[in-house]
Write a protein that binds this ligand. Structure first.
Ligand code: ZN
Length: 250
């Protein structure tokens, strides 16, 4: 958890400096990026990666029954693509302000989903369980549950009372119930792909393209093991992901 809190503190400090204010509001730090200079490209990158994945399966003549699979795997491919673009731009940019922006895009384009989206996924689960037990009946109950859940992760919820209203703002809770968790596992896997890619780009790319072209003719853990030698059940996958975030944040 420390890596996420450290990241939040860095953003708070930076915002305080740039805006020349003592009290930083959590929403200021979320909004403060030079988006007038560089657009927020993560969404386009993410959705086009989904399209490319489907195109590759189609080129590979994957049988329609195997063209759909677990959503966390779909998301892992799209998130990996977000990482590639943000990190490429970060490494090749010389202007410090844009460089910082691209690094921030890496983290906010789901690099930190392990912590940020995990709060939403945990909250959503807690809401379902709380309602079932008859403990969540009002907006105040949802506020309290949100506070308790987010407080396990976040440094801002104790300072900014409005953070406890986050349950209102997550569209996915209403549009696509229980989907958030796919981004958490997707991000975890994408961080693993990114590590493997950095270790040996050429062999990784060959194996990765084979995986995303293959379709889902086996269980996801078997596919990951067969194509990329990733053991989805090994806790080391999570340890490695946290370490790679730590390296980038510090
Ligand atoms: Zn997606």
């Amino acid at each position: 958890m420390e890596v996420y809190r450290h990241y939040q503190r860095l953003r708070t400090r930076h915002t305080r400096k740039i805006l020349a204010v003592e009290q930083v509001n959590v929403w200021d730090t979320a909004a403060f990026t030079p988006s007038e200079i560089t657009p927020r490209f993560s969404i386009e990158e993410h959705e086009s990666a989904h399209a490319i994945h489907r195109q590759l399966m189609s080129n590979h003549q994957v049988h329609p029954v195997y063209a759909d699979g677990p959503h966390f795997i779909f998301e892992s491919f799209a998130i990996f693509s977000e990482f590639l673009l943000a990190d490429y731009l970060y490494l090749h940019e010389t202007d410090p302000s844009k460089k910082r922006y691209y690094l921030e895009r890496f983290f906010d384009g789901k690099g930190m989903a392990l912590y940020f989206t995990a709060q939403d996924a945990a909250l959503e689960q807690a809401i379902y369980e709380g309602v079932q037990r008859g403990e969540v009946e009002s907006a105040d109950d949802l506020d309290m549950l949100t506070y308790q859940t987010i407080n396990r992760f976040d440094i801002w919820v104790v300072r900014h009372d409005q953070v406890k209203m986050r349950w209102i703002t997550n569209q996915l809770f209403y549009e696509d119930p229980l989907y958030c968790i796919n981004y958490v596992y997707g991000s975890l896997l994408a961080l693993k792909y990114y590590d493997l890619y950095l270790q040996a780009p050429v062999p990784f790319v060959t194996k990765y393209i084979a995986l995303i072209s293959n379709g889902f003719d086996a269980a996801p853990d078997n596919l990951l093991k067969e194509f990329l030698d990733i053991d989805l059940h090994d806790p080391q996958v999570l340890v490695d992901a946290v370490q790679s975030l730590e390296k980038k944040v510090r």
